[in-house]
Design a protein around this ligand. Structure first.
Ligand code: GLA
Length: 392
């Protein structure tokens, strides 16, 4: 009997040791860059990744808080007879560890991509059946972040498949941010908080203001509307991921990029850039590096913002902040300018008590206090971002 108890106790202990997520990671939404939105499969390679890492440092983005450089699909080509993943040597001639070392030498962190099924979405080898070998390989290479996709998973169950990789990562012993990418199909906000650090809530984003492309790629305002109600599931170490940024990519104007970035900040979304950092116009750099906006995204309270007002083509969103301040965004979805009179009592801001001074975060301008009404004008397809700073 004594032995049986001992065996059961050691079994439970073993399961508990491995069945865990690295809890201390991503206490604020991860910030970085990923290759997919701009370089997709064909144009990603070692030079691009090295140059992007250099640009992240020289552009000031690292200083602004961005740290992950993540390779998405198409770095892998096969498996050897022992099951180890083989790197595509045409694209990455010096292997992945070499790149990870380079990125670390620049003071940044390194991320990679795989898939829970047999193949990735671009048809490269997936991790199914090789979870532990892959997790160990990533740990040996110095990977800090894994995005784990859901293509080619016929007959697989999401919670089980993602838990398997979570445990493999934990066992491999290196702290690795785990980014779940099952596109929201099994409502990951209900189960993924104990499995990963962030989870995609929708199908892929594309560099459009609205509408869809190729059937299921969505413009960013379509994705925004799908975040309504999900705010209750997010918090430090567990984030809804409305997909990577399209700021600075061809299909968005500067105003549209500014609005997109602002809304991702209000949502406490991961800020994973998807543009070519090597050729960034000054206006795009200013958007991505705005310290006031980043402070809202990275606020330690870790609250995801929510919609408080909707006129159809004009919306107001609120995000509570750590010291009692409140971030507000006024989003103009129309193709013409919008004028609006803010009557602070009427727009139903949650938790608004006492007096606040009002700061416009694009332009850094003080705009009086909540004692007075405020008339605002927002250009077409743009946003006004305010921080209400608690006075008493
Ligand atoms: C899926 C993901 C994308 C990207 C591609 C790569 O579509 O949702 O973000 O990773 O696969 O093939």
């Amino acid at each position: 009997m004594k032995y049986l108890t001992l065996i059961i106790a050691s079994l439970v202990l073993t399961i508990n040791i491995y069945a865990q997520k690295n809890e201390t990671l991503a206490s604020t939404p991860p910030m970085g860059w990923n290759s997919w939105n701009n370089f997709e499969c064909d144009r990603v390679n070692e030079n691009v990744i090295r140059e992007i890492a250099d640009a992240m440092v020289s552009s000031g983005m690292k200083e602004a808080g961005y740290k992950y450089i993540n390779i998405d699909d198409c770095w892998q080509i096969g498996r050897d007879s022992d099951g180890y993943i083989i790197v595509d040597s045409d694209k990455f001639p010096h292997g992945i560890k070499y790149l990870a070392d380079y990125i670390h030498s620049r003071g940044l962190k390194f991320g990679i991509y795989s898939d829970a099924g047999t193949h990735t979405c671009a048809g490269r080898p997936g991790s199914k059946g090789y979870e532990e070998i892959d997790a160990q390989t990533y740990a040996e290479w110095g990977v800090d972040y894994l995005k784990y996709d859901w293509c080619n998973t016929d007959g697989q169950e999401t919670v089980e498949s993602y838990t398997l990789m979570r445990d493999a990562l934990y066992k491999a012993g290196r702290p690795i941010v785990f980014s779940i990418c099952e596109w929201g199909i099994t409502e990951p906000w209900l189960w993924a908080g104990d499995v990963g650090h962030l989870w995609r809530t929708t199908y892929d984003i594309t560099d459009r203001w609205d509408g869809t492309r190729w059937g299921n790629q969505l413009g960013w305002t379509e994705i925004l509307e799908k975040q309504v109600g999900l705010e209750v599931y997010a918090g430090p170490g567990r984030w809804n991921d409305p997909d990577m940024l399209e700021v600075g990519n061809d299909g968005l104007t500067i105003n549209e990029s500014r609005a997109h970035f602002s809304m991702w900040c209000i949502l406490a979304a991961p800020l994973i850039c998807g543009n070519d950092l090597r050729n960034m116009p000054a206006e795009i750099k200013e958007i991505l590096c705005n310290p006031e906006l980043i402070a809202i995204n990275q606020d330690e309270l870790g609250k995801q913002g929510f919609k408080i007002y909707d006129e159809g083509n004009f919306e107001i969103w609120q995000k509570p902040l750590k010291n009692g301040d409140i971030a507000l965004s006024f989003l103009n979805l129309e193709n013409r300018d919008k004028s609006f009179n803010i009557n602070w009592g009427k727009i139903r801001i949650k938790g608004l008590t006492g007096n606040y001074s009002v700061k416009n975060l694009w332009g850094n301008i003080m705009m009086g206090s909540t004692k007075d009404e405020l008339s605002i004008n927002i250009p077409q397809r743009d946003v006004l971002m305010l921080r209400l700073i608690k006075q008493d």
